[in-house]
Write a protein that binds this ligand. Structure first.
Ligand code: P1T
Length: 393
């Protein structure tokens, strides 16, 4: 039943997914945001334009998407990029030679590569660190540390780090905390509300949700940082196309319902996997056996749709398992409506040095699942096919 206060109640995330940043087009009344493909905009006279002059600097379809991104993360500002890696690199352009970054030890292989190979050339030094104990983060700070960067849940080991505690440590040091919120999405975790300076996304994943766009974003409520990031966005130009912006706006409309189903199926499958004799261990923050379970319960609204597990039998068993699957595609990426399975050591995390992979536990038997929206029983049946093939390998 509605109460008299309902009209002043802030919109919930599920409503923001569908409406935030979007208004019926004032010319034709189109309810869905038009795709404005024009690279340039007519001016009444030099400098007299209607808010847009050139699409690298600003575009109406991108504006709508950025409005939606900002609302979902509870941020004042969002800046859209052409990929998650473009968002990460653009954020790092806030730094200068001699600056130091503390990075969570378990991050996407491509993110590791940006820190380890690309930014090093520009004199930006990174230390990789297990941030499970916030006191270790405090100890590792240097006077030159300007940024703390983490994924939580992390890729692929699904480690959970304490955003509020680490945000506090970073703030006291005068450093920013950036949280890559790709695995959780704003539906399951709100890093800015927990004290992070910036949330970062590969929107390629759950945010778009249909494995047909590469995109990225940074959200922040810091006005000065947002201004600098908009400057980097237009100057460096790693921007998404208007068509991709439209696709992500469309995908975001179902984010709330998709995440509910991803979480429900992943919870059931993780419990089922844990009882399989061929499984050495399951990494899923929703399981009580997970080291970060209690923290995940506190800082997340659900443990997500990603599961990693260790299969007994070495590389032969892992390869046979992946080859036997018919519903799960053996593919990189995650967060789409369709289920995916992959081998991090050979695929997504091949850019990590072998000893770093070993230290993290990314070995021959580690498999990562992105649990899609198919019937959960069908997915279990498919994994059973994998287990049967692995037994005979
Ligand atoms: O692929 P791109 O949109 O550039 O996003 C990079 C990225 C950033 N952050 C996280 C947590 C990610 O998982 C990724 C991309 N990850 C995969 C492709 C993968 O299969 O893990």
């Amino acid at each position: 039943m509605s109460s008299s206060n309902d009209a002043s109640r802030p919109a919930s995330l599920a409503t923001l997914c569908i409406h935030a940043g979007q208004h019926p087009d004032p010319i034709h009344g189109a309810v869905m945001t038009p795709i404005v493909l024009s690279s340039t905009f007519a001016q009444d006279g030099p400098g007299a334009h209607k808010g847009f002059d050139y699409s690298r600097a600003g575009n109406p379809t991108r504006d709508a998407l950025e409005g939606c991104y900002a609302a979902l993360e509870g941020a004042k500002h969002a800046i859209a990029f052409g990929s998650g890696c473009a968002a990460t690199t653009s954020l790092l352009l806030l730094l200068k030679s001699g600056d130091h970054v503390l990075v969570g030890d378990d991050v996407y292989g491509g993110t590791f590569r940006i820190f380890d190979k690309v930014m090093k050339q520009f004199g930006i030094d990174a230390t990789f660190l297990d941030m499970s104990d916030p006191a270790k983060v405090k100890e590792a700070l240097r006077p030159s540390t300007k940024l703390v960067w983490m994924e939580t849940p992390s890729n692929p080991m699904l480690k959970i780090f304490d955003i509020a505690a680490i945000a506090d440590i970073a703030k006291k040091h005068g450093a920013w905390l950036a949280v890559d919120n790709t695995f959780a999405t704003p539906m399951l975790q709100q890093p800015l509300a927990l004290g992070a300076t910036m949330a970062v996304h590969s929107v390629t994943k759950y945010m778009n949700g249909h494995s047909d766009v590469i995109g990225g974003a940074i959200m922040t409520s810091d006005d000065a940082l947002a201004e600098r990031l908009h400057f980097i966005q237009k100057s460096v130009g790693a921007v998404p196309s208007p068509f991709d912006c439209y696709m992500v706006l469309r995908g975001l409309k179902t984010l709330a319902v998709r995440m509910d189903r991803h979480v429900a199926s992943a919870r059931t499958l993780a419990t089922w996997l844990e009882a399989r004799p061929q499984v050495e261990r399951v990494l899923y923050p929703g399981l009580t056996s997970h080291k970060g379970h209690a923290l995940a319960e506190r800082q997340m609204m659900g443990p997500g749709g990603m599961i990693s597990f260790e299969l007994r039998g070495g590389l032969g068993a892992s390869a046979a398992f992946l080859k036997a699957l018919r519903i799960f595609a053996c593919a990189e990426s995650l967060g789409g409506v369709e289920s995916l399975a992959e081998h991090p050591a050979i695929m997504t995390h091949a850019s990590l040095p072998a000893d770093a992979r070993r230290a993290l536990g990314i070995g021959d038997g580690l498999l990562r699942l992105s649990v899609g929206l198919e019937d959960e029983g069908d997915l279990r049946g498919d994994l059973d096919r994998g287990f049967a093939a692995a037994k005979n390998a």
